[in-house]
Design a protein around this ligand. Structure first.
Ligand code: NAG
Ligand code: NAG
Ligand code: CA
Length: 506
């Protein structure tokens, strides 16, 4: 309707323009007076045409230097461009974006602002496509402008493109630069210090390589694992945050000497970690590494014994899963069934249920990463979600592909069971404070809503079940090596067992 109105307006503008033109031809005296008007009309006409091209739901890819087949995704809504947050962003969504843009398919979905930080607002978050949609705006998402994401969570795509036709116009894609161990490159050793923090246990990381001068460290790929090594080496405890900007002030005079540092997280000295053989750090002044260290730290431990003991199948009618559907706890096939079948509520889904028991074995309380005023109220389950992605449940096949849609479960963090002598303090009810106290466990029993993986579309066979808490490392911990249970899953037509679990990193 709006498009039609615009067309009428444009046609009208054309008529006005033509009559002005005729008028000018017939009356030479008023020519100059009318010329200004004519210019104005043409300007407006051009603007209208531009508007026509910028239609609701249009997409653009930005931030790539290689070509228009890749970039962070921006969508036009309400006449304004906005980004898409990377929560739930994977191959299905990338496929829809690339198809909408006229490409034959997607090579990859990118996350964490692969093509740079989000420039504007986020229009979309938690996008779930089933892959058949012709426009990304037709997929399910939280609502226009509803998002709890930071600017480093921009979603992007790399679309399938014809290398041969592109080759002449675009440079060769930047290769990952080769890495070497820092101590092999700088055999005289390294020194570290922090600059610009409010307290001595935080700041921008400064490094002295061998006999060189003090210099800054590139912020690209700087994560909680590298920060953990810095905190440990400086005797400041554990990393609660890894900073990738000049948050601690500008040191424009200081050169940058090292990039691409990559640690396992358990090293005692940063020299044990890898780095780029050739420094490669775009936008060096603001793109610098920093850390916030803390002596007391939480440490979540996922109880894999309880997982094995409680895992079982349940077939449940969609009628009983309506709340779960609102919270995206079932596979996207269920939403299709709901749309297509009149008696959808009688259709059943097969759920792999299990108990998730998470102990805080650290020395500080585990607190949600999102401040209380941003917590989301979930009508269905009548509680607030304080951490959007607290746990992930994934079923993986022997080639490493995720086969059952693992949903990212939201939780309400509280002390359900504490060791003798420890008083529970966190409670979800009544907008209570959320968290997990030291030596207390938060327990999500197998019989509660959403505590499952929807495996209705899974073929019987052998799989890996991976359950992980704090999977995006948004809250600092002493160790992340105990946050996941990686188990074997045997699924037959009639039963499922989860066994041989090992602890691992998310
Ligand atoms: C129209 O005006 C221009 C300059 O203003 C003049 O050179 C030209 O001779 C005029 N033509 C007629 C048909 O009056
Ligand atoms: C937690 O438990 C450990 C081991 O049982 C104990 O050493 C520690 O003091 C306890 N901490 C608190 C705060 O209760
Ligand atoms: Ca942990």
């Amino acid at each position: 309707m709006r498009v039609q109105l615009r067309r009428i307006r444009i046609a009208f503008s054309l008529i006005v323009l033509l009559s002005i033109f005729e008028f000018c031809m017939s009356n030479n005296d008023t020519w100059t007076r009318n010329r200004d008007r004519k210019i104005r009309v043409i300007k407006k006409l051009k603007k209208d045409f531009r508007k026509l091209k910028k239609q609701e739901g249009a997409l653009q890819l930005i931030g790539s230097e290689n070509g228009n087949y890749e970039g962070n995704v921006e969508i036009l809504h309400d006449g304004k461009w906005g980004g898409i947050c990377d929560d739930e962003w994977d191959d299905l969504e990338a496929r829809v974006v690339c198809r909408q843009l006229g490409f034959n398919g997607a090579i990859k979905a990118t996350t964490y602002g692969h093509f740079g930080q989000a420039r504007r607002r986020y229009w979309m978050d938690n996008v779930y496509c089933d892959g058949s949609e012709d426009e990304i705006a037709k997929c399910r998402f939280d609502g226009w402008g509803v998002s709890d994401c930071g600017s480093n969570e921009a979603a992007g795509v790399i679309c399938l493109h014809d290398e041969k036709t592109e080759a002449s116009s675009s440079p060769i894609p930047r290769e990952e630069s080769p890495k070497a161990r820092i101590k092999d490159t700088h055999q005289q050793g390294i020194a570290l210090r922090l600059f610009g923090g409010r307290v001595h246990s935080e700041g921008q990381v400064e490094i002295k390589l061998g006999s060189g001068d003090w210099s800054t460290v590139c912020g690209d790929s700087w994560s909680i694992f590298e920060a953990a090594v810095v905190c440990r080496q400086l005797g400041l405890g554990y990393a609660s945050d890894a900073i990738q900007t000049n948050f601690f002030g500008n040191r424009e005079s200081m050169p940058m000497s090292i990039s691409g540092i990559q640690c396992n997280g358990n090293e005692g000295n940063l020299a044990e970690c890898l780095h780029d053989k050739v420094v490669d750090c775009p936008g060096t002044v603001e793109n610098v590494a920093g850390v916030i260290c803390q002596r007391e730290m939480a440490d979540l431990v996922f109880d894999h014994i309880e997982l094995m003991r409680t895992a079982h199948l349940e077939d449940r009618q969609l009628y009983w899963l309506q709340c779960a559907m609102e919270e995206n706890c079932v596979a996207s096939q269920a939403y299709k069934v709901q749309q297509e079948s009149e008696n959808w509520h009688l259709e059943t889904r097969r759920l792999l249920r299990f108990t998730a028991r998470i102990l805080n074995a650290g020395t500080a309380d585990f607190r949600p990463s999102v401040p209380k005023h941003l917590w989301e109220w979930h009508m269905c389950h009548m509680h607030y979600h304080s951490m959007e992605v607290f746990a992930t449940f994934d079923v993986i096949d022997s080639s490493g592909n995720k086969v059952a849609e693992g949903h990212k479960a939201s939780f309400c963090l509280e002390d359900n069971q504490c060791m003798p002598g420890v008083q529970p303090r966190y409670k979800c009810a009544n907008y209570g404070d959320q968290g997990i106290s030291v030596n207390c466990s938060d327990i999500y029993k197998h019989n509660i809503d959403c505590q499952w993986v929807d495996i209705s579309e899974l073929e019987p066979g052998h799989y890996t079940l991976k359950v992980a808490v704090n999977p995006e490392f948004k809250v600092g911990e002493m160790s992340f090596d105990n946050n996941a249970a990686i188990c074997r899953l045997l699924y037959t037509e009639t039963f499922a067992t989860v066994h041989s679990c090992i602890m691992g990193r998310p």
